[in-house]
Structures are given as C-alpha cells and as structure tokens.
Design a protein around this ligand. Structure first.
Ligand code: NAX
Ligand code: K
Length: 490
C-alpha cells in the first residue's frame, strides 16, 4: 500500500471530486461515515461523546461525525474552536446541518470551558488535520493540553491535531490520541518512533478516492499489508534440492542459541537444506537441538575463524552470535562472496561498522538487518529526528546498492532503488533475545529458495512479525520468547 504525502492526498481529493465526480461536501460526508463506521465498533452510544472541531475541513469532518453520532442516539457535545465565520465552505455547510439538530458551543480566546469528568466519555479530535502548516500555539495549544490531561480516550480524525503528516513535528501542543482513524492511507508520521504518543493505534478507512489516480501517484514509501505478500508456488514434483541449500555462519561458545534459532527458523520457512558452520566445541549443541541440520565444523574450538568454501550454496547468512574476535577472517569471507546472495546480521554488522571500507565488498542486493544502534555504528553518525533517519537510510541503501532492514516497530526495509517499505506485523513481545536471529534464518531461507532479494527481505520481515503476533496470541506479548516465533511460522 502506498504512503502518500499531504500534497498528493490533496491532489487525489481534487481528482476524485472532479472525475468521479462527487461534490466535495459529499466526499466529506463519505469520509465522516467511514469514520463513524469504525468509531461505533469501539465506543457504543453509552459513551458521552465530546467533539472538538477546528474551522477547516478537519473541523467539517468533526461536525458531520457529530450529526451522525447524534442520529445514532449518542449524547454528543460539540465545540467549535475559533471564529466560525472564517470556516471553510464545507465546514460552514456542516455547521448549518448540525445546528438544525443539536447544540454547538463556540469557544474563543478567553472563554471558560470545562472538559467532561464523566468516566464513560470519549473525546473526538477534529481541530486540525492535514492542513496544519505551523505549530499550534496560544488558546488552541491550551485547549489541546487540557484535552490530553483529561485521561479520557481520544480518537483523532485523520491525524492528531498538531502532528505534521510528512515532516518532523516540533515539541509543541499535539493531541495524544488513543486511536487515530485516518482517511484512505496511513501518514508517514505514523511510522516514526518519535511520534508514538501522537498516533496511538491507528486504522486507515477507505473513503473511495480515485483508484486510477492512486495507481499513478509516485512515492518512495510503502506499507506492507497482506495483499503484497505472495509466497512462491511450491511444485508437487519437488525434492529437497528444489528449495535451495542455505549456508549459515552463526554461533560461538556461549552464544549457540543464535545458531540454533536461525537454523530452525530457516528450516521452518521452507528451505530444502541448511548447512550451519559452527566452532568445534559447539557441534553437539547444534546437532542435538536441530537434527535436520548439516554441520560444517570450524578449525577453531570457540569462535568464528574463517571459512573455506561455500560456492555450492544458494544463499549465505553471516553473523548471529559469531563473536568479534576475527575481523580479518570476516574480510577474507567477504572477498570470497562476489556473486552470492548474502545476508549479514549482528556481529557481521558490527564488523562492517568497525571497518567501513568493507562495505565496498558487499555483493549488490546484500541484505543487512541492523537495529537502530547497529545502524548508527554502520554509518558512523546519528540523526536529529526520525525523518532525517529515513533519509539517511534510503540514501545509504541507494549508494551502497544494498537492502537494509532497520528493525523496530514497523521495521523499515530500504531498497537500492530508494524505496522504503514499512512492515505491518509484529508486537512488543518480539523485542526479546534471539528474535533477530529468527529473522535472519527466515530471510536466508527465502533467499535460498529463489525469492528475489527485495521480496525475501520484505516478506521475511512480514512473516517474522506475523508469527510473532500469533505467538503473542497463544501466550502473551510479555511471556513469548524467540522460540515461540519459530513455532508459529506457517
Ligand atoms: N480535501 C477533501 O476533499 C477532504 C478533506 N478531508 C479532511 O480535511 C482535512 C484537511 O482540511 P484542511 O485542508 O481544511 O485543513 P485543516 O482542517 O487541517 O486546517 C484548517 C486550516 O487551519 C490553518 N492552520 C494550519 N495550521 C494552523 C495552526 N497551527 N494554527 C492555526 N491555524 C492553522 C490553515 O489555514 C488550514 O488550512 C483532512 O485532514 C481531512 O480530515 C476529508 O473531509 C476528506 C475529504
Ligand atoms: K484531527
């Protein structure tokens, strides 16, 4: 699913209005209905509903929502903030329609107002939407801070008031919603950790914007939903050679869990065969934990000490738990991999950060799977905010011609063409030791089976999160561990 900018969304709105055609007031009605359809599933009409509206089109949505909820038997209290005579055309039309049916309280600068104390209340935020063009201050900022302090659930229409859709939002008055019901597409702001409190949970509802126009819109940002996941067909005339032979370099004495988890995850993701390279004293652990693995045994008893020949394998993964003893052997390994499908994780990424000139040795489309701290060490710098981080991420993937899965909530997969694909699956239970090793195993498996590297990365991240979500359902986010993710791969 595409993630479009505010300007693109405005164009889409205009195109839809002109070409469907549909009057803009009816499009607003459709948007308000889509919001209400979702809202009523969360808050039934036993909740007192307090709606704060600005005077632009976001406020217009709020007024239409107020009317619809009133008609559904909700106890609705509607506030309009600011001078309503300056309102947008569709705002003014919706104000008229609502005032015929229900009271509207107008608030400006020095007016006293009291927020609901009733426990069973919910606030709807329709002060500003995508039209925000500067930080909120003055009277409106005070209202927003008061709303946030009520402790009541808040549902934002389209986007939290005060939050910029496409750029960094300065620390100022921003609604902190429990839930955001956004129109048609998620906004880029939703995927930035710095905005966690200004988004809450979110859902995108279809308001019927022109599909032709959406198809033509150009963007570098995408949201991976189930519709984009297309597993390769598995022929029934197959044997274990059909599904590839993976090679994994992982584990060291005391860190064998990494090798076990990555190996198992690779097998559970459909690979034909896997050979795992481990130090001599670690062989028994691996062989007993995963009888299906073929073991390639190092000369060294305890840690990674170079490998000799891996030409026969379809894809190679390097790094989980190998230790940081031998960077020279790591360099030697990279020199032997000019045409390999390759994924590098964990200690392998740390090596690249320690010796950045090695990045030149990575084959095109190599997949790296850093978490933010590892990514910082890889690029040798930090960032001022999460939007800058995305720019750096995209530029790095383009300039090095590699794929980077920057791990976290909504893991961002950056491709060599500059695109960034945000993942839609996963939960906080996956922030647990070994979870990254499982991801490496899954992506390795897909690479060995012949998935194009971009798809292996995007789909690997998606399936990893999906299995994690199932694991959290079976246990809980708190008690799940990395092995549970493997058990829930399907
Ligand atoms: N364009 C359309 O056809 C549709 C728009 N929709 C709604 O319209 C919203 C966008 O509406 P608008 O473009 O009218 O903009 P908003 O309603 O977000 O803002 C209204 C106006 O407030 C002013 N403003 C911006 N920042 C301010 C600040 N910090 N302090 C004081 N004033 C400020 C600007 O002049 C802005 O145009 C969307 O978020 C969505 O909710 C929906 O009804 C769907 C259809
Ligand atoms: K809003």
């Amino acid at each position: 699913m595409k993630i479009l900018s505010t300007y693109q969304t405005r164009d889409l709105d205009e195109y839809t209005i002109k070409n469907e055609p549909i009057p803009s007031i009816d499009l607003m009605e459709r948007a308000a209905q889509a919001f209400v359809n979702s809202f009523v599933l969360k808050y039934d009409n036993t909740f007192k509903t307090v709606i704060f509206c600005g005077i632009g089109n976001n406020g217009g949505d709020g007024l239409a929502v107020a009317r619809k909820l009133h008609q559904l038997g909700y106890d609705v209290q509607t506030y309009v903030l600011g001078n309503s005579t300056n309102g947008s055309i569709d705002f003014l039309e919706n104000l008229k329609r609502l005032q015929n049916q229900s009271e509207v309280i107008k608030l400006s600068e020095n007016d006293e107002f009291h927020l609901p104390k009733k426990e069973k209340s919910v606030i709807i935020d329709a002060i500003f939407g995508s039209g925000l063009n500067r930080p909120i201050d003055g009277f409106l900022a005070i209202v927003i801070l008061k709303i946030n302090q009520t402790g009541l659930p808040i549902v934002s229409i389209d986007i939290a008031s005060g939050l910029f859709s496409d750029t960094h939002s300065p620390q100022s008055a921003v609604i902190q919603p429990t839930y955001t019901i956004t129109f048609q597409y998620p906004k880029l702001a939703f995927f930035q950790p710095e905005n966690e409190k200004s988004v809450g949970s979110w859902e995108a509802v279809d308001i019927g914007l022109s599909q032709d126009s959406i198809r033509e819109a150009k963007t570098k940002y995408y949201y991976t939903s189930s519709a984009e996941i297309r597993p390769l067909a598995r022929s029934s005339f197959s044997h274990k050679g059909t599904f590839g032979h993976a090679f994994l370099v992982a584990g060291s004495y005391g860190m064998m869990g990494a090798a076990v988890l990555a190996t198992k995850a690779c097998l559970r993701s459909g690979v034909g065969k896997i050979t795992t390279h481990v130090p001599k004293k670690c062989v028994d652990i691996l062989q007993i934990s995963v009888p299906e693995v073929i073991v390639d045994i190092s000369h060294n008893d305890y840690h990674f000490d170079g490998i000799w020949n891996f030409t026969k394998y379809d894809a190679v993964a390097m790094g989980p738990g190998i230790g940081l003893e031998n960077i020279d052997k790591f360099e030697e390994f990279l020199k032997k991999t000019p045409n390999k499908k390759l994924i590098i994780d964990a200690d392998g990424i740390t090596f690249l950060g320690q010796r950045p000139e090695l990045l030149k040795l990575l084959p095109k489309n190599t997949i790296l799977t850093p978490h933010p701290k590892e990514f910082k060490s890889l690029i040798g710098r930090g960032w001022e905010n999460d939007f800058e981080k995305l720019e750096i991420l995209s530029e790095f993937a383009v300039s090095k011609k590699i794929i980077i899965c920057l791990k976290g909530k909504n893991t961002a997969v950056a491709l060599p063409n500059g695109e960034i694909h945000f993942n839609s699956t996963g939960n906080s239970g996956m922030a647990t030791a070994g979870s990254g090793d499982v991801l490496t195993g899954i992506i390795l498996s897909f690479l060995a089976q012949g998935y194009p590297p971009e798809q292996a990365a995007i789909q690997g991240v998606y399936e990893h999160g999906l299995a994690g979500d199932q694991a959290a359902k079976n246990r809980s986010e708190r008690s799940m561990i990395a092995s549970d993710i493997i058990e829930n791969l399907r």
